[in-house]
Ligand binder design. Structure first.
Ligand SMILES: [Zn+2]
Length: 165
């Protein structure tokens, strides 16, 4: 929830390690869909802030939806960025893995940050992850992961980065 950009830090880091076996676009798409519920609640003032979307059950459903739609969204965006047909393919395995990494890491990070998140609903209403790490430290780690990821990805994909920008 409103800290969606922080979730992209770990995503960038994972991308720099897994490279072509991970889709940052599918991952980011999953983060966006995860936070639609809190966004809607913040705008309307109705319902639970994090609710069902921020449980592992909700995250499973959102991951499947994100993978199904994100695969085509990624291929469309990569094509629009000028990648050839051969280089804009996102396999189903990559789409599904990226979506699940996205939504499960989102639940974990938000569970640490927000007291109202119930990750194991309906089995348990307890949030064992709450403040496992101090929130400001967590934010700093997310930022650091993003910076390191950007650097490593930029260096290892210099030719592609130059082509896009
Ligand atoms: Zn969230």
């Amino acid at each position: 929830m409103p800290f969606t950009p922080y979730h992209m830090g770990p995503g960038l880091f994972i991308k720099s390690i897994l490279q072509g076996s991970f889709s940052l676009i599918v991952f980011g798409w999953a983060q966006f869909i995860m936070d639609l519920q809190p966004l809607f609640v913040m705008i309307t003032g109705e319902g639970q802030l994090h609710g069902i979307s921020h449980t592992f059950i909700g995250a499973t459903v959102i991951a499947l939806f994100s993978a199904l739609t994100g695969k085509y969204l990624s291929e469309f965006l990569l094509l629009a960025m000028g990648f050839s047909y051969k280089h804009n393919r996102v396999s189903w395995a990559v789409a599904v893995a990226s979506a699940f990494i996205g939504t499960y890491s989102h639940v974990l990070l938000d569970s640490i940050m927000h007291a109202d998140v119930q990750p194991f609903f309906p089995i348990s209403l307890n949030n064992k992850f709450l403040e496992l790490v101090p929130v400001d430290v967590l934010h700093n780690y997310c930022l650091l992961a993003g910076l390191v990821g950007l650097m490593v990805f930029g260096i290892t994909n210099w030719r592609m980065v130059k082509k896009v920008f």
